[in-house]
Design a protein around this ligand. Structure first.
Ligand code: ATP
Ligand code: MG
Length: 512
């Protein structure tokens, strides 16, 4: 039998919206099968149908040659199908170990046998080099470790068919390398993997075949080794995509953002998350803060934008001290923020698209009169953003944001932030989870801000993005800036040395 999974003629409709239209998708035993498509193409929906989270209106699912009815995730688990979701579904006040064994607890004479479970989990952890701390609480661990927990949970259940929905979007380059190795190991053991990613390099590295979806339709299935990245992205978006960013010379002006001796202490330890950081971002330049995840870059941005208090230091915006200003004031003075965690800090998921679009501006005269919201103006404005930024969703401005695809949620935030014509944009991982077309678009937008003489501070974990987009690179390591680099003069591997802390720029001595 050639296929472990055959999904034939699947159609899935939400209200009036056809998310999947007659899609056929087949996975061979022992292969890594990539699923590629633009944001909102239907990848997660197709996997949710396979995993029993959604019921298809039409079509059949055949697992190992037998037609099956998959009505819920338990049915899927019984067929040895496991899934790592795009947005993790872990319970925050559980420990790592509890999370992994949840739903599969071994009970002997009515007593939970945690010891057996712990041994099995640690054996798996060692075997696949998925490092975890079994007793840490989910709320305290990094997204990278959460990802490993999700994978171990899937392996703990002895699944044979593994679905990874965009696992690499939240991982650091080092963690991605590790995950690629794990996937190769798993297929060697005869497991079959479905791998969703927007990163064509990853698909090239690990996948055997690739199925492309566009707007809910099956465009084709290709052999990865004989298909170029350019061909795959053209199938995906229906046009040619350029991987190079056009860059005119920067015309650098005066400082827009000045950060002086910023220090932020950690909540539970004596360590400083951000230690005496000083830098400027000037008109007409994109400054990038590069670093391995967890080196203080998140806290630095939280401190500047006002999401967490800072202990020492000052922040100036166009010469004005905004260190202790409210977030609304900072917005008014021209600070825009594309946050790292779009669900926590970027959107209200149960509000609709238009409400989210005016989150910082609803009180302005164009949207409000005598304390009443001008609903028509809000609607019109949202429509303008949808059109201009190509935000795709099932019900346009009336879509509840929770039901929008991850990438389109991100586009909405970017539209809202850039359309306020800010003086400085703090963009944290702005292209995380975006397809190649949308990534190209965001990079162009950031470049346009810069060319108009605005300032951009970009925080990115992706070295390609750092090297291609920025005019100046500041490397952060353990809460300190350890070097300032010119992307034209350094190589990726050199940058890596700074990020790993094994090299420091001149004048960037270790401070006590
Ligand atoms: N529960 C739902 N109700 C209504 N519409 C939905 C629901 N779930 C998904 N959709 C819509 O179906 C379409 C496909 O969404 P899906 O999440 O499958 O996209 P995707 O290919 O995974 O995109 P991304 O790369 O951004 O994650 C989107 O337009 C989305 O808004
Ligand atoms: Mg998705």
């Amino acid at each position: 039998m050639e296929y472990v999974i055959e999904m034939n003629h699947i159609t899935k409709i939400f209200g009036k919206f056809k998310a999947l239209d007659d899609v056929t998708f087949k996975v061979k035993k022992g292969e890594v099968h990539a699923l590629l498509g633009e944001n909102g193409a239907g990848k997660s929906t197709l996997m949710s149908v396979l995993f029993g989270l959604y019921q298809a209106e039409k079509g059949e699912i055949i697992i190992n040659g037998k037609a099956e009815q998959i009505s819920n995730p338990n049915d899927a688990n019984n067929l040895n199908i496991g899934m790592v979701h795009q947005h993790f579904k872990l319970v925050h006040n559980f420990t790592v170990l509890e999370s992994i064994i949840l739903g599969r607890e071994t009970v002997k004479a009515g007593i939970l046998r945690k010891d057996d479970a712990r041994k099995k989990v640690m054996d798996l952890s060692n075997k696949y080099k998925l490092k975890i701390d079994p007793d840490a609480y989910i709320s305290d661990i990094t997204v990278g470790m959460q990802q490993r927990v999700e994978i171990l949970k899937m392996l703990y259940c002895d699944n044979d068919i593994l679905i990874f929905d965009e696992p690499t979007a939240v991982l650091t380059p080092q963690e991605i390398e590790e995950l690629m190795k794990v996937m190769k190991e798993l297929v060697k053991e005869g497991k079959s993997i479905i791998f969703i990613s927007h990163k064509l390099n990853e698909i090239k590295e690990v996948a055997d075949r690739c199925t492309v979806l566009r707007k809910g339709r099956h465009i084709g299935t290709v052999d990865v080794s004989t298909t170029s990245k350019e061909q795959m992205s053209e199938m995906m978006v229906g046009r040619k995509v350029s991987f190079n960013i056009e860059k005119i010379d920067a015309k650098v002006g005066e400082a827009v953002l000045e950060v002086r001796n910023l220090t932020i202490k950690a909540r539970n330890s004596k360590k400083n998350m951000v230690n005496d950081v000083t830098f400027d971002v000037n008109r007409g330049e994109i400054v990038c803060i590069a670093g391995i995840d967890g080196n203080g870059q998140s806290e630095l941005v939280y401190g500047i934008t006002g999401l967490i208090p800072i202990n020492e230091g000052k922040v100036f915006l166009n010469g004005r001290d905004v260190t202790r200003e409210s977030i609304r004031r900072k917005c008014i003075y021209g600070m825009a923020h594309i946050p790292e965690d779009r669900h926590k800090h970027g959107l209200i998921l149960d509000f609709d698209l238009q409400q989210n679009a005016v989150m910082q501006t609803y009180y302005e005269p164009r949207f409000q009169k005598f304390g009443l919201i001008k609903f028509n103006s809000v609607r019109e404005y949202a429509r303008k953003l949808i059109k201009q930024y190509d935000i795709r969703s099932p019900k346009d401005e009336d879509s509840v944001v929770r039901n929008m695809s991850g990438g389109n949620q991100q586009k909405l935030i970017i539209a809202r932030e850039l359309d306020r014509d800010p003086e400085i944009v703090l963009a944290v991982q702005p292209t995380r989870g975006l397809d190649v077309g949308a990534t190209e678009y965001i990079h162009k937008q950031l470049m346009a801000q810069r060319n108009e003489g605005k300032a951009v501070l970009l925080i990115s974990l992706e070295l390609d993005e750092v090297m291609n987009v920025s005019d100046r690179i500041l490397v952060i390591y353990e809460g300190e800036i350890v070097g300032e680099l010119n992307p034209k003069e350094i190589t990726v591997s050199e940058l890596g040395l700074y990020m790993a802390g094994s090299k420091r720029g001149e004048g960037y001595g270790k401070k006590a």
